[in-house]
Design a binder for this molecule. Structure first.
Ligand SMILES: [Zn+2]
Length: 259
């Protein structure tokens, strides 16, 4: 067995019994990994207070050749995003992002960009304070912007960002962004190719959504922070992305229902 070490964010924790846990991480060097943490709930030195979702940790784990499950040996806190845990709305939002990462990312599919995306989001969320949010934007608008930023970029990094440019059937160009959207095809579809009886076709993509999501995948989070967009449009965009994700995954993501 090899002992490996990397920086990581917890995205899933499940109690297996009184003492043991199963954890999934997005890591800097190995993509998504799932670990068995033996006696984690009783081992104060190795794990106590270090398995929270809102922190960056360095983890050491044993990799067993041929096994999908790794064995967590020890964790240490690198960055603690304390403010995130103080605000219930931000915390629930973070749980939702963790759930989306867990469902979309494949085990050991190493894309460092996903790790850096999560880090940027957590750092950004940790810096939101009541004063900045109240002066320019409502908290819900900020969280919606972060959600659209996160999902758009995650779709890009996992290779399933929708094709908005050309009809997915006849390749006609989507000038003026007027095409329908086919959930089944994962992209836009022109009026003549669309079978309107197909209930996986969305006729009205939120106005300006394509521009907004393109901006999201081309910009830094600091630019998104300053971006002024009507909350109503943000909400429509987030609903569209959630529908797209749910269809792609084949089920409703749990946290979409609870929020
Ligand atoms: Zn077409």
């Amino acid at each position: 067995m090899k002992l490996l070490s990397t920086n990581a964010f917890v995205i899933y924790i499940k109690k297996l019994n009184e003492a043991d846990l199963l954890l999934s991480y997005i890591t800097e060097d190995y993509g998504k990994i799932t670990c068995f943490a033996n006696n984690a709930r009783k081992s104060k030195k190795r794990f106590l207070g270090k398995l929270e979702p809102a922190m960056l940790t360095n983890i050491k784990f044993y990799e067993k050749p041929g096994m999908t499950l790794d064995i967590l040996y020890e964790t240490d806190i690198i960055e603690d995003y304390k403010n995130v845990r103080k605000d219930i709305d931000i915390y629930l939002f973070l749980i939702k992002l963790a759930e989306i990462s867990r469902v979309l990312c494949q085990e050991r599919d190493n894309n460092k960009n996903i790790f850096y995306l999560i880090r940027a989001i957590y750092k950004g969320l940790n810096c939101i304070d009541a004063k900045t949010s109240l002066s320019n934007f409502s908290m819900s608008a900020i969280l919606l912007k972060y959600e659209i930023y996160f999902i758009s970029n995650l779709l890009k990094y996992t290779g399933i960002f929708p094709n908005f440019l050309t009809c997915t059937i006849c390749s006609e160009e989507n000038t003026n962004n007027r095409f329908y959207f086919s959930l089944k095809k994962g992209g836009v579809i022109c009026e003549s190719c669309a079978n309107l009886k197909d209930n996986t076709i969305i006729k009205n993509l939120p106005l300006n959504f394509i521009n907004l999501s393109n901006l999201m995948i081309e910009s830094d989070l600091s630019i998104i922070n300053k971006l002024v967009v009507k909350e109503e449009l943000l909400r429509e965009c987030s609903t569209f992305l959630e529908d797209f994700l749910s269809f792609h995954i084949g089920k409703k993501i749990k946290s979409f229902e609870s929020l």
